[in-house]
Each structure stands twice: as structure tokens, then as C-alpha cells.
Design a protein around this ligand. Structure first.
Ligand code: PLP
Length: 376
């Protein structure tokens, strides 16, 4: 039996998403820009998805732009805001634990003359608005902070930081990568205080290759692609109607169950913690107020990849804990204070509401057996 515990990497598409995708492939295959009825019915699919996702985010449909995924949303948000607002203001303040799609975009903007200031968590491993405020000055163009960290599930204090920043200077643009929070932890764009919010379809039981960027009414983002008039000309290119419709269908299915799923996943997480605490030599990163969907741990003495592949043989699927790219750590766990041996042995377990106690028991047994059978 399969035990899929890697839902922060991607989720299994739900039946509603698959059905919407098929409908748009086989029936509503028109180009939304076409003036005839085939175009119109495809446009209806896009409009309906935009409305559903806007409702789930707590924004207006006109404030959402569809993209190819959150990587593009983050690129568009940061580069687009830099082009619109960064002629005079050159400073960008960012949490030091962002996803590569934010970090690398900012690294690029540095080569364009921006001054990027990463903020590390405090000695307690948590973020505090004062640390961001200390960096805010007249040169500050933008502040970017993710909602839920993809490696350890930390629910970052985005509202507090953005509120404090805006109080200091309302002209500063605020961006939030909400990929791991959307439809998982409750939030609304309005209360977040964000001008720009990135989300992704495949993290919420949609299909890979579609995402969206919320752009608050009145905020300007310059395009990074050039072409037709689609998505207000800010994101040109024929819309991927099947993927957009699938994203909308997934959001429509998930939004009404957010609280119930949060509760269920919280219970699963508590059970998982109980099971893990019965193991020896395990470090568990149980951060206060974390999203229940992600848990990071280290099985001390056992390299992540070795354990990952050991578990895989039992059809238990997890991630190495430090979003490794070809063996190199992303540096995020270190930034949160993990020691090198903890980083080497880190595993990320990420849940969804379809997971069961059986999955967790299988994982705990797998880890116990790994400690017994694998070489240190
Ligand atoms: N931001 C975060 C926090 C993520 O976890 C991911 C995916 O791993 C992304 C952005 C990129 O999303 P996408 O796969 O839609 O490009």
C-alpha cells in the first residue's frame, strides 16, 4: 500500500480537477481570445476559475493573474514590482528562508542594481517585526515574506511584519509567497496586508503548470513577458484553459473544507509527533504555531537520501528535509539554527487530509527499521 507523505512537493490531483481538465481538453478546447462561441465557452471556464480562486483568497477576480505556477508568480511579482517601483528605491528586504524562486529572482535583481537585505530569524528561531523594521528606510522598495515555510512548516508572522512596514511607509510594496498556506491555513489577502500574493495549483490538488498572482487593486506590476493582451497584458500568452479550470475546480472543492481539513491534519500531526517521540535519536522541529501540514525531523546519524530511498522501497514517500538540489542544502534549516549533522539527516513529512493513521504508523515503523538495518 502506498503512503504518500510528500504533499508539500506536490499533491495528488483531486477528481474535480481531473474532470475539469478533461472537460476543457475534449469539449471546451477553444481559445478564450476567439470571438466565436468556442472561444466564449473557454473564456467562461477561465472566468469561473478566477472567481472561485478569488473567493478562496478573499479578493476580487480582477485582482488575479493566471501564470504557469508559483515560480513564475514570484518572478513576476518581484521583477514586475522592481520595474514599476524601483527606479529610485533600490532596497528589497526579504526573509532569509524563502523558496529558491524568490531567492534567485532577488539574486538576479541584485545584478540589476538592487540591494537585497535578507533577514534571519531571531535567536529563538522565530521572526519578529522589529528585525524587518530595523532595515526599513527611505530607499526601501519592497518587503517579501512567505506565509508558510516549505521546509519546516513555520507559519511566519506576515500580518505583523507587513502591518508594521506599511505603518512606517505605506509606499513600500509587500509580497507574500503563500504557496504552502493557500487552502491549508486560514488567511485572506486583505488581512495579510500584502500587495502581491503568489499561489500554485499543484500544491492544492490541482495540476502542475498553473498558478496565480494576486495584485491588489491600484498596485502596478510591469510584465516580464511580452505578447498579446491576455491577463491584462501583464501575463500574455494563450491561457491554459484545462489547467486553469482544474485549479478552479480544486479550489472550489477545497475551500469549503479548509477548517475541517486543518483539524484533521492537526490530529494527524499530533499522532505523528507521538509516534516519532517513541524513536531514539530523533530531532523534531516542532515550531510553535506551525502549519500542521509540514513536519521536519532529523534521524541523527542517517543521511536523508539513504533513509528516503529505504522508505521508498516500502512505498513510503517523503522528502529529504532541506529541499536539496543535487545534494546541496538550501541553507534554510541552517538559518533556523540546525546543526550540520541535523541538516544531513533531515526529512520532511508533509501531509494532506487524505492521509491516514496507517500512513503514519508505516512511516514510524519504517524509520525504526531504518535505524536498525541501515549503516550509520
Ligand atoms: N514557493 C514555495 C514556498 C514552494 O514550496 C514552491 C514549490 O515547491 C514554489 C514557490 C514554486 O511553485 P511552482 O512549483 O508552482 O513553481
Amino acid at each position: 500500500m502506498e503512503h504518500y507523505l510528500d504533499n508539500a512537493a506536490t499533491t495528488k490531483p483531486c477528481a474535480e480537477a481531473a474532470a475539469a481538465m478533461m472537460r476543457c481538453i475534449s469539449e471546451y478546447y477553444g481559445n478564450p481570445s476567439s470571438l466565436h462561441s468556442k472561444g466564449l465557452e473557454a473564456q467562461h471556464e477561465v472566468d469561473a476559475a478566477r472567481q472561485t480562486i478569488a473567493d478562496a483568497l478573499g479578493c476580487k477576480p480582477q485582482e488575479l493573474l493566471f501564470t504557469s505556477g508559483a515560480t513564475e508568480s514570484n518572478n513576476l511579482a518581484l521583477r514586475g514590482a522592481a520595474a514599476a517601483y524601483g527606479r529610485k528605491r533600490k532596497k528589497m528586504i526579504v526573509s532569509a528562508v524563502e523558496h529558491a524562486s524568490v531567492k534567485q529572482t532577488l539574486a538576479y535583481l541584485e545584478t540589476e542594481g538592487f540591494n537585497v537585505v535578507p533577514i534571519a530569524p531571531g535567536a529563538d528561531g522565530l521572526y519578529h517585526p522589529a528585525d524587518f523594521l530595523a532595515q526599513v528606510d527611505k530607499d526601501t522598495c519592497l518587503v517579501s515574506m512567505m506565509l508558510v515555510n516549505n521546509e519546516n512548516g513555520y507559519r511566519m508572522p506576515v500580518e505583523e511584519v507587513f502591518r508594521a512596514v506599511k505603518r512606517r511607509d505605506p509606499e513600500i510594496i509587500t509580497h507574500c509567497d503563500a504557496v504552502q498556506g493557500f487552502l491549508k491555513v486560514p488567511f485572506r489577502t486583505r488581512t495579510l496586508g500584502a500587495d502581491l500574493v503568489s499561489i500554485s495549483g499543484h500544491k492544492v490538488h490541482g495540476i502542475k503548470g498553473v498558478g496565480a498572482l494576486y495584485v491588489k487593486q491600484g498596485i502596478r506590476v510591469k510584465p516580464i513577458l511580452f505578447g498579446g493582451h491576455q491577463e491584462k497584458g501583464i501575463r500574455p500568452g494563450t491561457e491554459s484553459v484545462p489547467l486553469i479550470a482544474a485549479f478552479g475546480a480544486a479550489a472550489g472543492a477545497l475551500a469549503p473544507t479548509l477548517d475541517a481539513r486543518y483539524e484533521k491534519v492537526s490530529q494527524l500531526r499530533s499522532r505523528l509527533l507521538e509516534l516519532l517521540r517513541s524513536l531514539d535519536n530523533v530531532v523534531i522541529r516542532d515550531i510553535p504555531g506551525a502549519s500542521p501540514y509540514v513536519l521536519n525531523l532529523s534521524l541523527l546519524g542517517y543521511r536523508s537520501e539513504i533513509v528516503l530511498h529505504y522508505l521508498e522501497k516500502r512505498e513510503i514517500y517523503v522528502s529529504s528535509g532541506s529541499a536539496c538540489s543535487k545534494g546541496a542544502s538550501s541553507g534554510v534549516l541552517e538559518t533556523f539554527g540546525a546543526k550540520p549533522e541535523e541538516v544531513d539527516s533531515a526529512l520532511r513529512i508533509s501531509l494532506c487530509a487524505e492521509n491516514t493513521e496507517e500512513d503514519l504508523v508505516a512511516l514510524a515503523e519504517g524509520l525504526r527499521d531504518a535505524q536498525r538495518e541501515l549503516m550509520h
